[in-house]
Ligand binder design. Sequence first.
Ligand code: C2E
Ligand code: MG
Ligand code: MG
Ligand code: MG
Length: 281
Amino acid sequence: SAKERGKNSYHMFAPDLQQITSDKMFIQNELNRALALGELTLYYQPQVNASDGTIVGMEALIRWNHPERGLVSPDQFIAVAEETGLIVPIGAWVLQTACQQNKVWQDLGLPPIRVAVNLSARQFLKKDFTQMVADILEQTGLAPHFLELEITESTMIDVHRASNTLAELKQLGVYIAIDDFGTGYSSLSYLKEFPLNRLKIDRSFVRDMKKSASNRAIVSTIISMAHHLELKVIAEGVETNDELAFLQEHLCEEVQGYLFSKPLPLEEITSYMQEQTLKIS
Ligand code: C2E
Ligand code: MG
Ligand code: MG
Ligand code: MG
């Protein structure tokens, strides 16, 4: 039964091929059901201006509210969704929901901010991707510059398709960030060729900055390289004031992490935004 199977998660299964395959199918069936029954939900984490602390964006992070397993994190189902192709309808749902929510916040009179949405390569590289984004913006009434798409370096490996899509998206007016920057194996040459807006420094470099001189070197070098290429920088996983101070000193424009807020469900993040707005007005 689902309950018995639910005791284990995909990656914890014994490395037996038969088992892995059937577990993948199990998760696939469950995910299909989750999408249809509305068990998927978005949490939001603030992205903050490093110099004045104002909220400039919200990253949408998917969660699966499973009836028996409780809240399941994306690390436990995104890989299966990618392999099975379910990431395409799930990703469309995420984009639609995040854009619609950002418009609702604006209609509530909150200061306008971006919403950042994570994309899988498989979703991004589909032929009709730009058209889908355009349709969602049109339908939700969200202006394109209030949407940022986060892609990873691995998406760039298919250079030709990625560059076509990026050119279309730039034309449309949405922003593009490279997520987990510095952890992929792709060439840096795409940075000067493609129309990108922001590099997002991976958490693994930010995390140990206090102890690790090499992490500090990597972080300051990414920031200065980005600025030479006229790209903005956001650091993810900022947890301490020391980390924030280092990033400010090196003129990193934006920060995101537990120091400001964990990702929160809709109602909580909306209250958080309202409180922050009262503080500064
Ligand atoms: P990501 O996009 O790099 O997101 C950052 C992850 O770090 C999030 O984990 C976030 O909750 C966590 N995080 C943020 N600040 C801190 C911090 O200060 N300290 C620590 N320790 N962690 C922090 P989460 O929400 O579990 O998401 C994991 C990954 O799942 C994301 O990494 C992203 O690659 C993927 N993902 C999430 N939502 C979606 C989605 O809608 N579509 C796709 N394709 N992938 C998604
Ligand atoms: Mg992200
Ligand atoms: Mg990231
Ligand atoms: Mg990451």
